[in-house]
Design a protein around this ligand. Structure first.
Ligand SMILES: [Zn+2]
Length: 427
């Protein structure tokens, strides 16, 4: 295990890493072309053969792959026979089909290694106690952390989503040192602990892994002060590219990408023209070793800046991207405050009467940019709850995000089943 980590540190030359990536890429493209019907057809339609890719520059000739294509071509993309698939993951789709991702045993081993390396990078050892509060099921993130923690021999508490009081009890009972939670949930835990008269900084917490969004500087300070954490990091990845990167421990504003597993590029989000180092655009991801469900020039819909290979003071010299990552199709600003529907969905998850699906409508024609939140209700919402629930949701969002929606409107279940825009801006 330590060997894996040391290999990282000794590979000092960017050129050597780039050459290594190119040979992995060439091998992967040959494999994908022969085994995946979907990619072969795409290559053929573009008149490109894997044998023509002799440099990273040549790689720009290969067609890009969209999220919608992944959602609609699960079987065609598969590059292994079904008998070799070990497991499947899913995330909500944008086209009405959920995004399905399959893994072989070897894919799982690679995700596990990437996750274990990340933990070792932060100084985790088998003495650590890792508490995972995110949902397992068909989502990937909790599994990645779980597999990595097991791999380094740590003690894993796979609690998943549970009552916050219970999470706090586990932190105390087992001496949790690493807490894996959505950024906002970290704060919920602190808040509930306070209301119970508990001072979490008195326990053994040392590493806070923040999922879903990058904590701000102030949030990081609060977590350190009130939670007793020594390190606060953000977790970036997605169901379709698990085990992608590590948040730099010296500079939280960047992520280092694991170069053996992923090749990254950045393109203009509108024209899809390749952008250079230091330019902000849409992150394009190619998996270099994935067996079952390979990604080839995948348009991630995430906007970031590619910073090239950097020799970082943390000791890694990997491809690096900015940790200021925006979802291209979903973020919006309401009266100067950036809002992500995923964040609102997370806040809605505490209300059992709604499904969690929502739509934000901002009317920029009005002087105050009035904002409406449309929320899908579960089938059983009794009429008498209508008004109070709307007030509770408004208050929760105002407290957590700092903005007030002018109106919360309920829509019946099923309204958001098919393709729908999470954000509509009327201008
Ligand atoms: Zn670094």
């Amino acid at each position: 295990m330590t060997e894996l980590f040391l290999k990282e540190k000794t590979r000092e030359s960017f050129k050597e890493l780039e050459e290594h990536q190119l040979s992995l890429l060439q091998r992967q493209l040959r494999r994908v072309y022969h085994r995946s019907r979907f990619y072969r057809e795409k290559f053929d339609a573009a008149g490109v053969k894997p044998s023509q890719i002799n440099s990273l520059k040549d790689f720009a000739k290969v067609p890009l792959t969209s999220r919608e294509e992944l959602e609609q071509n699960f079987k065609g993309i598969l590059a292994v026979p079904p008998s070799e698939i070990s497991t499947v993951r899913m995330s909500s789709g944008t086209t009405g089909n959920p995004l399905r991702v399959a893994h072989t045993k070897r894919d799982i081993a690679m995700i596990t290694d990437a996750s274990a390396r990340r933990l070792l990078y932060y100084g985790a050892t088998k003495k650590d106690v890792v508490q995972i509060t995110s949902a397992y099921g068909l989502w990937q993130a909790a599994w990645s952390m779980h597999w990595g923690a097991e791999r380094i021999g740590a003690f894993v508490i796979p609690v998943g989503p549970a009552e916050t009081e219970r999470q706090i009890l586990l932190i105390k009972q087992f001496g949790t040192t690493i807490l894996y939670a959505a950024t906002n949930y970290h704060f919920r835990i602190l808040e509930v602990a306070k209301s119970l008269g508990e001072d979490l900084s008195r326990y053994k917490l040392k590493l806070a892994v923040c999922v879903a969004e990058k904590p701000t500087k102030t949030q990081t300070e609060i977590l350190k002060m009130e939670g007793g954490y020594r390190t606060v990091i953000s977790d970036y990845g997605a169901t379709e590219f698990p085990g992608f990167s590590v948040n730099c421990k010296s500079n939280p504003d960047v992520h280092h990408v694991w170069p053996e597993y992923y090749l990254v590029e950045v393109v203009d989000p509108k024209t899809h023209e390749p952008l250079g180092i230091g330019e902000r655009g849409e992150l394009v991801i190619t998996s270099l070793q994935r067996e079952a469900f390979p990604l080839v020039r995948y348009l991630s819909k995430d906007l970031t800046t590619y910073l090239g290979f950097t020799k970082c003071e943390c000791g890694l010299c990997h491809p690096t991207i900015s940790a200021d990552i925006d979802r291209e199709d979903s973020m919006t600003k309401i009266r100067g405050v950036t809002i992500f529907p995923s964040h609102i969905e997370f806040l809605l998850s505490k209300f059992p009467e709604v499904t969690g699906k929502c739509q934000i409508i901002v009317d920029k024609r009005t002087p105050a940019h009035e904002a409406t939140l449309r929320v899908e209700t579960a089938a059983s919402l009794p009429a008498y709850r209508d008004k109070t629930l709307k007030q509770e949701i408004t208050m929760e969002i105002k407290t957590r995000v700092g903005i007030g929606f002018n109106e919360v409107a309920f829509v019946p279940q099923g309204e958001f089943e098919n393709k729908f825009k999470k954000v509509i801006v009327i201008s």
